[in-house]
Design a protein around this ligand. Sequence first.
Ligand code: 13P
Ligand code: 13P
Ligand code: MG
Ligand code: MG
Length: 364
Amino acid sequence: MSRITLSVIKADVGGYVGHATMHPDLVDKANKKLSAARKKGLLVDFYVASCGDDLELIMTHKKGTDSKEIHGLAWDTFTACTEVAKKLKLYGAGQDLLKDAFSGNIKGLGPGVTEMEFNERKSEPIIIFMADKTSPGAWNLPLYKMFADPFNTAGLVIDPAMHEGFVFEVLDIKKHKKIALSCPEEMYDLLMFIGAVDRFMIKAVYRKDGEIGATASTQKLSLVAGRYVGKDDPVLIVRCQSGLPAVGEALEPFAFAHLVEGWMRGSHQGPLMPVAFHDANPSRFDGPPRVIAAGFQLCNGKLEGPVDLFDDPSFDEARRKANEIAYYMRAHGPFEPHRLGLETLEYTTMPQLMKKFEKKFKPE
Ligand code: 13P
Ligand code: 13P
Ligand code: MG
Ligand code: MG
């Protein structure tokens, strides 16, 4: 058995039209760049996907996580795609490339990253979830259900290999600290933290023998840039079966279109709608937020797939419900809780407004 690393690195380098979807020329360019890297032996395999206006580079390789070469390849690819986007005058060309130069690791430069290194099992089913018009905290609820909720995941009860439960690694993105909480023992403590999706984010989930089950991107652009620059449309990798959630157990949480932040200008709450790849073009009020699920069987690092896992009529009801919730939320217009609370907007438009009206505020 040899170690393999799966890296998913994504960026919005230009939207078509507005923030709705992906121009095919960007996907072509990314395919060319990654194909050359595979030929050179840097990548074992790759797949270029898109969700809404986000370009998603799915790569397998032997370089481990945080590899300068792999992050550099992603940066070069996004830079090259930005050139194409600029020529086409796509919207927000280079939006997520917040820094001018690559300095060894792509984290903190704008793109979203999630990676895991593991021994490929006898059979290695993997799902890569990609979302648009939302933010990393959106994975907290589904990850909790997949790995800790026996009403979602039957295996927690009936599969001896899962019965011990899982360990959740949670980041406090404001204090830059992390904590490991074990389920089912610390389930209530875990929920206290991860229910605050804007601050505490599940970064990874491990089996108690240390085997990794899931990793999520947790980058927040506004914390990098100090202002609103687009939302941090996140990605999530989940390994499935044989002591980990079955594929169907990993997909099941998305049958409930929970409310997430990130709709319209990154400033509104809306339902996360699970859709087929061809429906990941959020247009109504730039949304509602979307999630796609790409299933792969890894075969010696080769990505067999993808299978478009939400392209299934059994998710029609979730989509219908999401539309109903979308109407209900939209009816609130500029009022909370459709519009995000001030604490979240603090990183976006609120500071400028406060400054503008500073002198107009009089003692009451
Ligand atoms: P495993 O074979 O991974 O134990 O899963 C059983 C199954 O098929 C669940 O639906
Ligand atoms: P993105 O974060 O997907 O670019 O969307 C930004 C936006 O403002 C949508 O209304
Ligand atoms: Mg965009
Ligand atoms: Mg986007």
